[in-house]
Design a protein. Structure first.
Length: 173
């Protein structure tokens, strides 16, 4: 019954560099919830980094692992903050699974801010051949309606600290 009073999954989606992992960590601390990072679970199980999986097995293989992992983790009925990769919304089934037992929050960031953050963190497989604001802009444009359609709540993260974004989420839950 308590499931109806408080969502026990808080899913964070958003483009690469939107702060899913860092905000997820802070949020799980604030709310005393466990954090599960889909990409991290995939890496641990494959004993390979996401970049290596893309390089050796291709994107389609990664997407299949991603879908299976989301499907499995969505069954957990303890309270969790659910983070994944930016492309998790590309598959409707992932969105459905993440929303089944909770709320889905879109961390929104502009291409310029994403570029800045990713430049500091190290690039991603899908940007390794063209790491530019223009490329980020076009990839983001093709995914915008997916994030929009999936989100129960939208939080703008541009020029905000991880702490500020996390508090804003807690206030709006
Ligand atoms: C991807 C985002 C990455 C990772 C993979 C694909 C994407 O995660 O899952 O490189 O399609 O946007 P982050 O959003 O954590 O960078």
């Amino acid at each position: 019954q308590s499931r109806k009073l408080f969502p026990f999954h808080i899913s964070l989606v958003g483009f690469m560099g939107s702060g899913k992992t860092t905000v997820g960590k802070e949020l799980s601390r604030l709310l005393a919830m466990d954090q599960i990072d889909v990409d991290k679970v995939i890496e641990d199980r494959a004993h390979m980094s996401i970049s290596q999986i893309f390089k050796e097995h291709g994107e389609a293989h990664f997407r299949a692992l991603e879908r299976k992992t989301v499907e499995e983790l969505a069954q957990y009925n303890n309270i969790i903050v659910f983070c994944g990769g930016g492309g998790i919304v590309l598959d409707d089934r992932n969105v459905e699974n993440m929303k089944k037992n909770g709320v889905l929050i879109w961390l929104k960031a502009s291409p310029e801010v994403v570029y800045e953050r990713i430049s500091k963190e190290g690039t991603r497989p899908l940007l390794k051949d063209d790491m530019s604001v223009a490329k980020i802009e076009s990839m983001m444009a093709s995914r915008l309606s997916l994030y929009e359609g999936a989100a129960d709540l939208v939080i703008d993260t541009d020029h905000k600290t991880v702490e500020a974004v996390s508090l804003e989420i807690v206030e709006q839950l």
